[in-house]
Structure formats: structure tokens, C-alpha cells
Design a protein. Structure first.
Length: 468
């Protein structure tokens, strides 16, 4: 009934019998089967894809068996051996749905992101990427492990390799590969049943090995695979990966820090010898500037600001001088990103000086109102302070009016300058006025206005076409 009505399947499989036993425990007279009764319908539904991947009752396996039985006895030996060795989980040139679902659930395709342009370019790491390609091209022990301090760009190296694979700038043996990141945390999440984590990892390994497209598996924070999964008494992930890594059937790129490598990998000699170390050192100032120059257009486009080369050099120099607990280029990139966000915020809001004066005037008005309320009820203690507050309020109002007039004047001059530049007219008069304003510390820096679309906050929306 479960097979025919619930799932519209003609053949009864063991999963249908198990589901019936879970729904109606009275159908099982044997008390020795009590461990099966601890399963719930939810657990059974969650475990079904992984159990189905290992089952011989799948329709494609049955069809393959029927096809092999229907082969004539005088068929060539090559044909028979080919059908005997065909992986039951591969249909044509693709994996079956179960293994493909496991691969898509627990891994992320980095090469697809590279094709979509969602990965930042990588500069200054040619030697490390060449060393990775050299290790991956080997027949055995073709598993590089990137070791370096946090922030030196280990994950960016893998993304740079994905970009080269998409561009075809790798050996022929790697041009058809797909680089995927293994999410070890997702493998462990929800694996409450003993052996479920091991089964998930085995399915991922099987999917990688049987995939028609060669797959490179990237494991970030690789030290977490040692001991992962053995909390319930099972084997950890490292022991499950060792056989495939030793035979060269599973090409893996790992990444970890020096402290974690010494603490975990050096203590496990069997795991250490399966990986080839690629040292990722902190770049010097010149190379860090090169990396930031490559990333500068992306950050300038995202924030809508213009980033000068002096700002790039200052980000590297100042981050090395003052952010001593972190590594280049990560801290320089963060500093450049923070500065760009600050400039973007200043373009979209009022100048800081105007905001400060408005806040001060609001505070004075509230204090005046509090004193007036005390006078209404007969409390004259703070009455001498009231006249002083009124005087301060008048002075701040005058300063605020002057600053607002300067702000409007600068906005109008910049708008007129940009408009005349667009019309290719003489702008010498306006430029001289701007230079005069700049001598008095302007509220707006025209250099920040090099991008056209950020100016909408000052001069309004741009015309969609010339004849608008």
C-alpha cells in the first residue's frame, strides 16, 4: 500500500516494509527488532537518500542487471568486461540523482562562481599556484595543503586556481576539472544517528570518485577533519579519507594554519605523508600593494568612490604599522574597505560639522524647555542660566546658517562644473571659485565626486538619455 499509493511505485522495496513497521509496531512480533522501533518517520525520511545511494534495489541498478542478463553469450569479451566494470551509480555521463544530490548539498562549486564573475581576482601568488598545480598533476600523493597564518590569503589561492581552470591557464589534465569546497560543518549537522556522519562522508567520496567530471575537493580549516565524527564512537573523517588519498583517487586541497598543522597533522604521520605542504607567507609591502591594486576596481565600483594609488599605499603602510596582530593582505583590504565605506557614508549624509552643530542646538533647546517648565511651577533656581542658553543658541544658529549656505554654494558650484564639463565648455571661472572654496576647508571634497551616479544626492537623478 505504501509503495503503490504514497509513491506510485510498482515494486515493493525494503524501505516500504520498514516504513510500515515504523507506522504499526504491532506488525513485528519479534522483540529482537526493537532497535528499528527507535526510528521515527522524520529520521527515516532524512536517512532515505543516503540509504538509497547504497541500495541494490534502485531502478537503474535493476535495469543494468536486466541489460547484462540479456547480453548474448557470444558477445565480445571487451563488451562483457565493460558492462561488468561499469559503475552502477553512473548513468551515461552523469551521476545518479542520489549521489548528485549529496554532492550539491555538501559541497559548493567554486568553478561555477568563477564563471559567473563572483570571485575577486588574485594577484601576486603565481609561485604558490604553480606549486599547487605541480602537486595536483602527480599520479600519487597529489594532495597539496596550504599552510600559513590567518589572513595571508589561503582561500584566495584556491579561488585563484579556480579562475585559472575557467580561463584554461592550467595543464590539460586539470582543464576539465571542477573545484568544489567541502562543507564539513554541514556534514556533521543533524547527524544524530550513529554512523550517519560516516555514511554522508562515504557518499561524498563515492560521488567524487565516480563523477564523470574530475573533481578537486577543497577542505578549508582541514584540522577539523581529525576527530570529526568520532564523538559517538565512530571513525573520524581523517581515517575515512586516508585510503582514497593514498591511492590518488581523491585529489584534495587542504588549508590550515601553522599552529593547527603542528598540533594535528604532525602528530598523525599517516595523514601528514599524504599531503604536500605549500607554504603561504605574508607578502611584503610591494606585493601587498600589487594585490590591492588588483582589487581596487571592485571596491571602487561597489562603494561608488574613487580610490587613489596613494590610498592603496597608505592602507598597506598604516595597516602594517598599527594592526600588528593581523597579517597582510587581509588587514590592508579591510582598512581600504572601511575607508571606502566611510567616504560613501559621508557622501550620502550631511557633513559632520553640520550634524554636530544641529545636535548641539537641539540639546540647548531641550535644556531651555526644561528650565521654562521649572519656571511654570515656580522653581527659579536656573533662571539666570536661561539667558546664557538663549545667547548660545543664537550664536549656534548663526554658525549653522553660514555652514548651510556654504554647503549649498559648494553643491551648486560642483553641479555647474560637472554640467559644463559634460557640455565641453570653458570651466576656468568655476574652477577658480572651487579653488577659492578649497582654501577654506570645503565641506565637500570634489575629488570624491569622480563617479557620476553618486552625485544624485547633490544634483538629482541623471537624465536617462541626451534628449530627455
Amino acid at each position: 500500500m505504501i509503495a503503490s499509493l504514497d509513491e506510485d511505485i510498482e515494486h515493493i522495496r525494503s524501505v516500504h516494509i520498514l516504513a510500515a513497521m515504523v507506522k504499526q509496531p504491532s506488525l513485528v512480533p519479534n522483540d529482537a527488532l526493537w532497535p528499528l522501533m527507535t526510528l521515527s518517520i522524520t529520521q527515516l525520511q532524512r536517512l532515505r537518500p543516503m540509504l538509497d545511494a547504497q541500495s541494490d534495489e534502485r531502478p537503474e541498478v535493476q535495469q543494468l542487471a536486466v541489460h547484462n542478463q540479456s547480453l548474448p553469450a557470444e558477445a565480445p569479451l571487451e563488451t562483457q568486461s565493460t558492462n561488468e566494470t561499469t559503475a552502477p551509480n553512473v548513468i551515461g555521463n552523469t551521476l545518479n540523482d542520489a549521489l548528485l544530490a549529496v554532492l550539491n548539498k555538501f559541497t559548493v562549486d567554486v568553478t561555477d562562481k568563477a564563471r559567473e564573475g563572483a570571485i575577486d581576482p588574485v594577484f601576486g601568488r603565481d609561485d604558490e599556484i604553480r606549486q599547487m598545480v605541480d602537486i595536483l598533476s602527480r599520479r600519487r600523493k597529489n594532495n597539496p595543503i596550504l599552510v600559513g597564518e590567518p589572513g595571508v590569503g589561503k582561500t584566495a589561492l584556491v579561488e585563484g586556481l579556480a579562475l585559472r581552470i575557467v580561463e584554461g591557464n592550467v595543464p590539460v589534465s586539470l582543464q576539465t576539472t571542477s573545484l568544489r569546497t567541502l562543507d564539513l560543518g554541514l556534514l556533521q549537522a543533524g547527524a544524530g544517528v550513529k554512523g550517519e556522519f560516516e555514511q554522508r562522508l562515504k557518499n561524498v567520496i563515492e560521488a567524487v570518485q565516480q563523477s564523470p567530471t574530475p573533481i578537486l575537493l577543497f577542505i578549508d580549516e582541514a584540522h577539523t577533519i581529525i576527530g570529526a565524527g568520532n564523538q559517538a564512537g565512530g571513525a573520524d573523517a581523517a581515517n575515512l579519507l586516508k585510503p582514497a588519498l593514498a591511492r590518488g583517487e581523491l585529489r584534495t586541497i587542504a588549508a590550515t594554519t601553522w599552529s593547527e598543522y603542528k598540533q594535528y597533522f604532525e602528530r598523525d604521520a599517516a595523514l601528514e605523508r599524504r599531503f604536500q605542504v605549500v607554504k603561504v607567507d605574508e607578502p611584503d609591502d610591494e606585493k601587498a600593494c600589487l594585490m590591492l591594486r588588483g582589487l581596487k576596481p571592485r571596491y571602487a565600483k561597489y562603494h561608488g568612490v574613487h580610490i587613489t594609488d596613494d590610498a592603496v599605499k597608505a592602507a598597506v603602510t598604516l595597516s602594517r604599522r598599527y594592526l600588528t596582530g593581523r597579517q597582510l593582505p587581509d588587514k590592508a583590504v579591510d582598512l581600504l574597505d572601511t575607508a571606502s565605506a566611510r567616504i560613501r557614508m559621508s557622501l550620502d549624509t550631511l557633513p559632520e560639522e553640520l550634524t554636530r552643530l544641529k545636535a548641539k542646538r537641539t540639546a540647548l533647546e531641550l535644556e531651555q524647555q526644561a528650565i521654562l517648565d521649572d519656571l511654570v511651577i515656580g522653581n527659579t533656581t536656573n533662571q539666570p542660566l536661561l539667558s546664557e542658553l538663549v545667547t548660545q543658541d543664537a550664536q549656534i544658529a548663526i554658525q549653522l546658517t553660514e555652514l548651510e549656505q556654504r554647503f549649498e554654494q559648494e553643491k551648486n558650484l560642483i553641479s555647474e562644473l560637472l554640467e559644463q564639463r559634460r557640455q565641453s565648455q570653458d570651466v576656468s571661472d568655476i574652477q577658480s571659485q572651487l579653488e577659492l572654496i578649497q582654501q577654506n576647508e570645503p565641506l565637500i571634497t570634489p575629488m570624491w565626486m569622480s563617479e557620476r551616479w553618486p552625485l544624485s544626492s547633490l544634483i538629482g537623478q541623471a537624465c536617462p538619455y541626451p534628449a530627455y
